[in-house]
Ligand binder design. Structure first.
Ligand SMILES: [Zn+2]
Length: 488
């Protein structure tokens, strides 16, 4: 209200000032003389003002004309859109405004508005490489897959946007579960942009899923060459692939290549347990026991693991339990205090029926880091030493609720696998299985420890000893709960 009043007052003052100025110019005496190439012009003050205005307009027109001439020259030199661009500058501004509004709508999640703005921008700008991108994303947002597909196809046609188009189509195929087509598209996209990290990963995973190991290895080496992964990760992953390649070859029976690939995998990554196991098995098969022993020992020094022990046992399957203990002593020498070493040696001593030695070997393992496996071993020791059934059962009951110890677990989805695989069975991720202990919350515990006395109680034959039994179990459970409580 006040503002419009101010504007009116300002306008009235301006008109008055102009009228007054005009009157002053008309009334003023004298003139301006201009001499130019022999001509002499005499101008009154009001004419001078008019002449200045005319000159300014002429200069502006001249500049516009120069712009038009430049556009015309560009057009003649081959830039086909130069002329229309010149005339469409206004349209262009509107087009970019629509484009900006469309991107804003996209960012705020309004897919339909974005789509409308995109088609408006397309009308004004006629730059499909820009507006198609907006349309495609808007179509994705509104879930209009057919529209998105159609736009991607248009993007593929243009050199500058081909990669984006192929990528979009590939994602659609992946969503549909058409992995063969997705793989072909990923290969195409990778050929267009070998440095694109996300595409490298997608391609690698698709190739690994299809078990095309040699193609996956070449993708991996391209990834390494473009600096997308550090050297040690490359080495490890390549070993995984080489091993998988070998496994495939091994299954089809071409053992010479299998052996070479397995051994190559092991050389590249001596701490990779499956590679060591496979290489050792190959050596064992060939009767090269010394090489097999060396490989397994080297791997054990890095990471003691039951798979390594199993492969080590396969070197001499028919030896006596005592001979086996002697031979395994060489394997575990470097890591005497490791839980895996303790449990392995205890197992061997139980097999040799030397129960007191097995108990000594296990030592305080059941107290310090109790696992289902160490508890089960304790049960076997008690059984071997002739303890009461109740005691044996007590250990087995504790084993039920004890942590499972380290297992092959996917780093991505935490699924536990019985044996090592290059690809997670649950989420299909490549090289994500690692040997580790699941966090307590990740283990599904039995329905509740309070149920266990009932399991034990169902054995009615124990009779008089029954009460003692349940007491023992209850003690064990209370102990366990005490063990657990600090972590909670
Ligand atoms: Zn997984």
């Amino acid at each position: 209200m006040l503002w419009s009043l101010v504007k009116i007052v300002f306008f009235v003052v301006l008109v008055a000032a102009l009228a007054f100025g005009g009157m002053f110019l008309i009334d003023s005496e004298g003139s301006m003389d201009i001499a130019f190439m022999g001509f002499k012009i005499s101008l009154s003050p009001i004419k001078v003002v008019i002449a200045v205005v005319v000159l300014l307009v002429a200069a502006w027109l001249l500049l516009k004309l120069v712009g038009l001439c430049v556009a015309l020259m560009k057009f003649l030199l081959g830039d086909e859109t130069a002329l229309s661009r010149y005339f469409d500058r206004n349209r262009e501004r509107k087009g970019f405004d629509a484009m900006a509004e469309g991107m804003m709508a996209l960012a705020s999640g309004e897919g339909r508005v974005a789509m409308a703005k995109a088609s408006k921008a397309e009308k004004y700008l006629r730059k499909p490489e820009l507006t198609n991108l907006l349309t495609a994303q808007a179509a994705e947002m509104t879930g209009d897959k057919r529209k998105a597909q159609e736009v991607y196809r248009r993007l593929v046609a243009d050199d500058r946007t081909r990669f984006v188009g192929v990528q979009g189509m590939m994602k659609h195929k992946l969503e549909e579960g058409d992995k063969d087509t997705a793989l072909k598209l990923a290969e195409k996209a990778f050929a267009l942009k070998p440095k694109h990290v996300e595409m490298q990963d997608t391609l690698l995973q698709l190739q690994a899923e299809k078990k095309d190991w040699s193609a996956a290895r070449s993708t991996l080496s391209a990834k390494f060459k473009h600096g997308a992964i550090p050297r040690d990760v490359h080495k490890r992953r390549d070993a995984v692939l080489a091993l998988s390649e070998a496994k495939g070859v091994f299954e089809t029976g071409a053992t010479v290549e299998a052996q070479e690939a397995a051994i190559e995998a092991n050389k590249k990554s001596p701490d990779l347990i499956p590679a060591a196991v496979m290489a050792a098995d190959e050596y064992t098969r060939q009767g090269k026991d010394r090489q097999a022993t060396r490989i397994l020992k080297k791997a054990w020094d890095v990471q003691p693991h039951p798979d390594l022990a199993a492969a080590f046992a396969r070197i001499a399957p028919d030896e006596t339990p005592n001979a086996r203990i002697k031979r395994f002593a060489g394997l575990v020498r470097a890591k005497p205090g490791h839980p895996e070493t303790k449990m392995l040696m205890a197992e061997l001593q139980i097999a040799a029926e030397d129960f007191p030695a097995a108990r000594r070997t296990l030592g305080d393992l059941v107290e310090n880091s109790p696992t289902a496996r160490s508890m089960t071993l304790m049960a076997a020791i008690e059984r071997g030493e002739g303890s009461a059934d109740a005691v044996v059962r007590g250990w087995l009951t504790r084993a039920l609720t004890a942590p499972r110890g380290p297992q092959w677990m996917c780093d991505k989805c935490q699924t536990v696998h019985v044996s090592w695989e290059p690809i997670c069975a649950s989420c299909s991720a490549f090289d994500t299985l690692s040997w580790r202990t699941p966090a307590q919350s990740e283990v599904s515990m039995p329905a509740g420890t309070e149920m266990l006395p009932m399991i034990v109680g169902s054995d009615t034959e124990v009779g008089a000893q029954h009460e003692q039994d349940t007491d023992f179990i209850e003690d064990a459970i209370i102990d366990e709960e005490n063990d657990k409580s600090p972590t909670e």
